[in-house]
Design a protein around this ligand. Structure first.
Ligand code: NAD
Length: 252
């Protein structure tokens, strides 16, 4: 039995992968979850599934790189729920894989627009709402690729490094106003993104698993568990952090 709370949580990129695990985690805790994604059919199906399990969920279609979409998303949340307690700015793409000199400007702009500008646009709408209601907690999706370089992913690495610095700057600004802002930095988590990057090749997937000292990929739920903690009173003195969820990757 799910015990409903009075909290409202937003997950961007919530139709698949880590975002989907996050949506289920908020819903199972009893929070009302607003799932945002540009993929309409999977987002609607997920919201239906959560509601069938006695959770509270709804889907709002939005592309986080479009200012007008993000404004509509937050307006919808205010109109329906009147508040937003937690936000997981998770939507992201890997972009194309090429060395820097071969990275097209188009790929650069698209990757930065979704992974970094998308987080910025969400923060701009979420923070005023949280300030107005007296507080909230925001978690931005970064990556270990925001802390160390990965060859052939220059735009992705730059976008995730940008998310970490944006998180720190914003966290300092609102530290005395009860809005906590943190980032999570996963290493390899088994999702469709990793299936695409590895071209579903078992040999390449095995190599990816061995990147982590734990010698396995993470499960999306293992990121969702950290997210739930950051979006709880147990993390009340934690802000401005880039928390690795990486099977020990960054300890090397
Ligand atoms: P995924 O591709 O499985 O799912 C991403 C979801 O985001 C999809 O539902 C997609 O439709 C949605 N999305 C993409 N662009 C969007 C946009 N412009 N607006 C709204 N929704 C959009 O990916 P994932 O592995 O779950 O990754 C989620 C986040 O975690 C990404 O930001 C990614 O960079 C980050 N990350 C993933 C890993 C990993 O190993 N999987 C590691 C570190 C960080």
């Amino acid at each position: 039995m799910i015990q409903p709370t009075d909290k409202v949580a937003l997950v961007t990129g919530g139709s698949a992968g880590i975002g989907k695990a996050a949506a289920w985690a908020f819903a199972r805790r009893g929070d009302t979850v607003v799932i945002c994604d540009r993929d309409w059919s999977r987002g609607e199906a997920l919201a239906d599934d959560i509601c069938h399990e006695e959770g509270q969920a709804q889907f709002v279609q939005a592309d986080v790189s479009r200012e007008v979409d993000v404004a509509h998303l937050l307006k919808t949340i205010v109109d329906i729920h009147g508040r937003l307690d937690y936000a997981f700015n998770n939507a992201g793409i890997e972009g194309e894989m090429n060395e820097t000199a071969d990275c097209t400007l188009e790929n650069w702009n698209r990757t930065i627009a979704i992974n970094l500008t998308g987080v910025f646009l969400c923060l701009k709408e979420e923070i005023p709402l949280m300030l107005k209601q007296g507080g909230g907690a925001i978690v931005n999706m970064a990556s270990v690729a925001g802390q160390v370089g990965f060859p052939t992913l220059p735009a992705y690495c730059a976008s995730k490094g940008g998310v970490i610095q944006l998180t720190r700057a914003a966290a300092l600004e609102y530290a005395t106003r009860n809005v906590r802002i943190n980032a999570v930095c996963p290493a390899v988590i088994q999702t469709e993104m990793i299936e695409r990057i590895t071209h579903n090749d078992p040999e390449v997937q095995a190599q990816f698993q061995h990147f982590q000292p734990m010698e396995r990929a993470g499960h999306p739920n293992e990121v969702a568990d950290v997210l739930l903690w950051l979006c709880s009173d147990q993390a009340s003195f934690v802000t401005g952090q880039a928390i690795a969820v990486d099977g020990g990757y960054l300890a090397r």
